[in-house]
Design a protein around this ligand. Structure first.
Ligand code: BEZ
Length: 212
């Protein structure tokens, strides 16, 4: 198992899934990706998370992000579980759930934390950019379902800051004012951001979202 750090290439893999065999890089193509693990099939919190992910598909599509879930159960089990998720959450899970029975992908991505649970994965999230680099990693315990609004918010920040010399402040949401990158002088920022730059402190300069 290799340690993955931000900026590393996401390890590629080929694995069985609820939609058949998939290769991560082929599946992602030119898209962003979000890979998230679930401790096990037919568990309550995971059921709410996968249903929510499916309900948010339109929002992930808008951002050109492909979802891939993972649990250490087999593909036949995933398919039965998906029926329950669709029924309970009134949705349609279309994205693949990796069937990681041999823990190959879980080990590759360090998703099993033995002191939390020796066999099941924790709730890991990896956001992968189109150049295949890992842009975000999150680790939640099995007992806490993730916040999919937060995942969309981070993707909005990652996509904005990939293209503009800005960063996003605490609790920022799409469309709100952003922080000018510390690498830019205030003088240069005023040329670059024509909607205005407010210098709160020499190191804290705010500007409207440059994309709206
Ligand atoms: C759940 O998804 O509900 C869950 C899974 C493992 C441990 C605790 C909760």
């Amino acid at each position: 198992m290799a340690t993955i750090r931000l900026g590393d290439k996401a390890p590629n893999f080929t694995a069985d899934s609820s939609i058949g065999k998939i290769n991560l890089y082929d599946y992602l193509g030119d898209s962003w990706g979000i890979l998230f693990s679930h401790p096990a099939d037919f568990t309550p919190v995971c059921t709410t998370e996968l249903g929510t992910a499916a309900q948010f598909k339109g929002e992930f599509d808008k951002r050109n992000v492909k979802m891939i879930a993972l649990s250490v159960d087999g593909a036949a089990s995933h398919l039965e579980w998906i029926k329950d998720i669709n029924e309970v959450q009134k949705t349609n899970v279309e994205f693949p759930i990796i069937a990681d029975e041999d823990r190959k992908v879980s080990d590759l991505y360090d998703m099993i934390h033995p002191k939390a649970d020796s066999t099941l994965t924790v709730r890991s999230v990896f956001i992968i950019a189109p150049d295949r680099t890992v842009k975000l990693m999150l680790t939640y315990p099995a007992s806490t379902g993730r916040n999919f609004y937060e995942l969309l918010r981070v993707i909005d920040s990652l996509q904005l800051t990939a293209n503009h010399k800005v960063a996003t402040p605490a609790n920022w949401k799409n469309g709100e004012d952003v922080v000018v990158s510390p690498a830019i002088s205030t003088e240069d920022a005023k040329q670059m951001f024509t909607k205005g730059v407010k210098e709160v402190k020499p190191y804290l300069r705010m500007t409207p979202d440059p994309t709206i």
